[in-house]
Design a protein around this ligand. Structure first.
Ligand SMILES: NC(=O)C1=CN([C@@H]2O[C@H](COP(=O)(O)OP(=O)(O)OC[C@H]3O[C@@H](n4cnc5c(N)ncnc54)[C@H](OP(=O)(O)O)[C@@H]3O)[C@@H](O)[C@H]2O)C=CC1
Ligand SMILES: CC(=O)N[C@@H](CCC(=O)OP(=O)(O)O)C(=O)O
Length: 313
């Protein structure tokens, strides 16, 4: 019998992408809401409670509202929004985070999927903290270059309307230094201080790359780029969706440029380490609508249901 799946926010950017991933899967029956009822609380509640899994592809407030609608103890929520990522009782939908993370996702009926910037940052940094190379007290910074689909329907419409030359150039944002992903970046890396984080949105649809620049003197004494690369490779050994690139990725060094769109249309994350005698850059790239959102949500569903983790991805 097929699992019943509902996507609350089915017309939005992440919701539509989840539908594309689920299309053609015979083990999934997608419960559809009538277009004119998609914000009708009673109808949403009915479908959520009729589902085995409901994806919440909604603004934060609507996600909190949806979470309060669940009365069926068998319904699992997978929330793509920022609302529940550090809330007790919710497990973090990043199976590669740590050895016990898959068991947590399997056991939990409340799964909060990571933010797109946060996914890349956490995957780049957590193994360095776990290996003792980067102290939890470290003061670090990070940038993220992202495509405009990360801003959802309204930002996509803005970029695709054309006629505004200001949108042609990359635009740094979150300059209040309080980006909404900072709490999850800290909670799931173990860092005690928030990184100084500056995202930059560019005039391309999707693709994202977080860069963490480090002086080797910030790391455990004697650490070199090779050690960071070894720690990342060991942490992700056997992970089908995480690829640690060869140290000083030859494809990048050959052209001289790093491709932030290289993981587009995949559920993969590439992690690269570039280094000199005194400094390193750790970079993680992903498709913000793949492993950064909708792909990750489907992966979490597969893990939760005990299915092959890569089904449909
Ligand atoms: N885009 C991305 O790369 C990523 C997005 N996310 C997060 O996922 C969530 C969804 O984002 P995204 O798909 O980009 O956003 P969109 O703005 O593209 O879509 C959100 C959808 O939710 C609908 N909606 C709003 N309020 C309600 C409500 N009360 N009841 C039912 N539906 C409602 C909207 O309706 P309407 O069509 O009328 O506007 C819209 O279709 C957000 O929390 C976002 O932060 C997470 C990771 C990456
Ligand atoms: C370009 C752009 O605006 N991107 C969004 C990130 C989207 C994402 O991952 O978001 P959630 O935490 O909302 O799930 C931002 O930086 O706010």
């Amino acid at each position: 019998m097929a699992y019943k799946v509902f996507v609350d926010g089915q017309e939005g950017t992440t919701g539509l992408r989840i539908h594309e991933y689920l299309a053609g899967r015979s083990d999934i029956e997608v419960l559809k809401i009538d277009a004119d009822k998609r914000k009708d609380a009673a109808e949403r509640a009915r479908l959520i409670n009729a589902s085995d899994v409901s994806f919440l592809c909604l603004p934060d407030a609507a996600s909190r509202e949806a979470a309060a609608m669940v009365s069926n103890p068998n319904t699992c929520l997978i929330d793509a929004s920022t609302a529940h990522r550090t809330v007790p009782g919710w497990s973090f939908g990043l199976p590669e985070l740590a050895k016990d993370q898959r068991a947590k996702i399997r056991a939990s009926k409340r799964i909060a999927n990571p933010g797109c910037h946060a996914s890349a940052f956490i995957l780049a940094v957590r193994p360095l903290v776990d290996a003792g190379l980067l102290a939890p007290e470290a003061l670090i910074s990070a940038t993220s270059i992202t495509g405009y689909s990360g801003g959802g329907k309204s930002m996509i419409a803005q970029y695709e309307a054309g006629g505004d030359s200001k949108l042609d150039s990359p635009r740094p944002y979150a300059l209040g230094l309080a980006h909404k992903h900072l709490p999850e970046m800290m909670a799931h890396t173990g860092l005690k201080q928030a990184p100084v984080f500056m995202p930059i949105v560019g005039s391309f649809y999707k693709g994202l790359a977080v860069t963490v620049p480090l002086h080797l003197s910030q790391l455990r004494a004697g650490t070199r780029a090779e050690h960071l690369h070894e720690a990342l490779s060991a942490h992700y050994a056997g992970e089908r969706f995480i690829k640690v690139l060869t140290l000083r990725d030859p494809a990048t060094m050959e052209t001289g440029f790093y491709d932030v769109q290289a993981c587009n249309d995949t559920n993969r994350v590439d992690i690269a380490v570039f280094g000199s005698e005194t400094q390193v850059l750790v970079m993680a790239r992903l498709d913000n609508l793949g492993k950064g959102a909708s792909g990750a949500a489907v992966q979490s569903m597969n893990v939760h249901l005990g299915l092959d983790e890569g089904l449909g991805l």
